[in-house]
Design a protein around this ligand. Structure first.
Ligand code: NOJ
Length: 449
C-alpha cells in the first residue's frame, strides 16, 4: 500500500507556460509582450538572462513530448502566448502563431497526452499596454474575450480543457500597485487602480469562459488556475479550522470568492471604501459564469491559530524553517490538503485539479545524474496530503507537477530550476532528474512510493 494509492481515474500531468519554455518569442510574426520589454531593460531580469532561447520548446517540442510519454505523463498543461495569435493584442490575426499550437496539440494527441491549455500566463501583448494601459482598462478584458474566442474556434476538436488565466495577482497587483510593481509593466498607481486591474482581470476571465462556451465543442471543460492564499490550522481543532475557512474566503475575496460566489464580500468592499473597483451587476454575472473545475497552484501556506473573535493569528515562520530556493517557497505540505478542503467546503466546484506544485532546488550534475532528493522529499510530502484529501472525499481529478522542464523563472531568469527534467541551457540537453524517475514510478504503480 506504500503511503497510499491513487484512484483508478486519477491523472498525472506536467505543466509549463509559453514564455518560460518556448524561446523564439518573436518568431513567425509574434508581437512584443510586456515581459519582452522588461527583459530588454537593463536590470529587468535579475540574473541578466533572457527568454530568447529558454528551453527552445518552440522547436524541440516533439522531443519533450516523447520524454513525457516515456515518463507516463498523460496530461500536459501549456499556455498560448496571446501576442503570437494577435501580435497587437487585437485586430490582425497571425495564423502562423496559431499553427505552432495546432502542431503541438496534434503531437500531444498522437502520443496519447491530453492538452490542457492556459490562455493567459502573464505575458500581455505590449500593444495593449501602450494603447489602453493593459489591465487598467476594460478594453483589455474585452480583447481577452476575443482572443479566447479565436483560440477556442481554432483548437476546437483538439482541446477539451482550458484554463482562462493563471494566478491573477501575478499579472495584476504584482504589476500595477502603489509601490511601482515588481513585474512588468511595473506601473505605480493608486490603490483604486490596483483593485480595478484585478476586477478587469476577473471580468476578462468571465468573458473568456463565455467565448469558449460559444466556440468549443459541448464536451469542453473550462476553469482557471489560481494560487489562493492557503491557511493551515497549526492544530486541527474545530475553532482553528473554521477561522481558516473564514479568513481564506476574505483573503481571496477579489478573485476566487468573487468568481465562485458572483459577488464581492461586503467586508472586502467595506474595507476598500472609495478604493473599491467600479463594476456592474452584469459584470458580476459574467465573472461568475459556471465553471467545470477549479485549478489550484499550491506551493505553500501559512500556519495559523484562531483568535477569540474567530479571525486568525498568522504564525510567523521561525528562523531555520525549511525553505526551497525561492524565498517564498516554504515547505508546508499541509497547504495542499487545506487548499483543496477549504475550496471544496466553501464552493463545491464540480472538479478540482492541482495545476501546479513543485519547488526550486540547487541541482548539480554528478556523473551525468541529478540526485535532487529534496525535490523527491518535497513532492512525496505534498502528495501525502493530496492523498489525505482523496481519502476524505475531496481529492482532485489530477495533479500537474511544476514543471516538466527547468525553465525561465520570470524575474529570477534562468537562475531557478523547477524541472523534473534538467535543461542544460548551453546545449539544450535534457536529463531526467531523480525526481522525474520518482514521478515515473508513482505513475507506473499508481501508488505514492
Ligand atoms: C507560478 C507560476 O504560474 C509559474 O509561472 C512559476 O514559474 C511558478 N509558480 C514557480 O514560481
Amino acid at each position: 500500500m506504500a503511503y497510499g494509492e491513487f484512484p483508478a481515474d486519477f491523472r498525472f500531468g506536467a505543466a509549463t507556460s509559453s514564455l518560460q519554455v518556448e524561446g523564439s518569442p518573436r518568431a513567425d510574426g509574434a508581437g512584443e509582450t510586456t515581459w519582452g520589454v522588461l527583459a530588454a531593460t537593463p536590470g529587468g531580469i535579475l540574473d541578466g538572462s533572457d527568454f530568447d532561447a529558454a528551453c527552445d520548446f518552440y522547436r524541440r517540442y516533439p522531443e519533450d513530448i516523447a520524454l513525457m510519454k516515456d515518463m507516463g505523463i498523460d496530461m500536459f498543461r501549456f499556455s498560448v502566448n496571446w501576442a503570437r495569435i494577435f501580435p497587437e493584442g487585437r485586430g490582425q490575426y497571425n495564423p502562423r502563431g496559431m499553427d505552432f499550437y495546432k502542431h503541438l496539440c496534434g503531437e500531444l494527441l498522437k502520443n496519447g497526452i491530453t492538452p490542457f491549455v492556459t490562455l493567459h500566463h502573464w505575458e500581455l501583448p505590449q500593444a495593449l499596454e501602450r494603447d489602453f494601459g493593459g489591465w487598467r482598462s476594460k478594453e483589455t478584458s474585452k480583447y481577452f474575450g476575443d482572443f479566447a474566442e479565436k483560440v477556442g474556434k481554432e483548437l476546437a476538436g483538439m482541446v477539451k480543457n482550458y484554463f482562462t488565466v493563471n494566478e491573477i495577482s501575478n499579472f495584476t497587483e504584482t504589476c500595477y500597485n502603489t509601490e511601482g510593481g515588481y513585474s512588468p509593466p511595473q506601473v505605480k498607481c493608486d490603490r483604486k487602480t490596483e483593485r480595478q486591474c484585478v476586477h478587469n482581470a476577473i471580468l476578462g476571465h468571465g468573458l473568456a469562459v463565455e467565448a469558449l462556451r460559444r466556440t468549443s465543442t459541448a464536451d469542453t471543460e473550462i476553469g482557471l488556475a489560481e494560487n489562493p492564499g492557503v491557511f493551515i490550522p497549526a492544530i486541527e481543532t474545530p475553532e482553528n479550522i473554521e477561522a481558516c475557512k473564514k479568513t481564506f474566503r476574505l483573503a481571496n475575496a477579489a478573485k476566487l470568492t468573487a468568481i465562485c460566489e458572483g459577488a464581492y464580500p461586503e467586508e472586502y468592499l467595506g474595507q476598500l471604501g472609495a478604493d473599491a473597483p467600479d463594476f456592474t451587476d452584469e459584470e458580476m454575472r459574467i465573472i461568475s459564469s459556471p465553471l467545470d473545475f477549479l485549478g489550484l497552484n499550491i506551493y505553500c501556506g501559512q500556519y495559523t491559530l484562531a483568535n477569540a473573535n474567530g479571525s486568525v493569528k498568522v504564525l510567523p515562520f521561525p528562523e531555520g524553517f525549511p525553505v526551497t530556493q525561492m524565498s517564498w517557497g516554504r515547505v508546508t505540505p499541509e497547504a495542499l490538503y487545506w487548499g483543496l478542503r477549504t475550496c471544496a467546503e466553501l464552493w463545491h466546484a464540480p472538479k478540482y485539479y492541482i495545476t501546479e506544485n513543485g519547488c526550486a532546488t540547487a541541482d548539480v550534475v554528478r556523473d551525468g545524474k541529478v540526485y535532487d532528493t529534496e525535490r523527491v522529499m518535497f513532492l512525496r510530502a505534498y502528495m501525502q496530503n493530496m492523498l489525505r484529501a482523496v481519502r476524505e472525499g475531496f481529492g482532485p481529478a489530477g495533479y500537474f507537477a511544476w514543471s516538466l522542464l527547468d525553465n525561465f523563472e520570470w524575474r529570477e531568469g534562468l537562475s531557478r530550476r523547477f524541472g523534473l527534467v534538467r535543461v542544460d541551457y548551453e546545449t539544450q540537453k535534457r536529463t531526467v532528474k531523480l525526481s522525474g524517475e520518482f514521478y515515473r514510478e508513482i505513475i507506473r504503480t499508481r501508488k505514492l512510493v
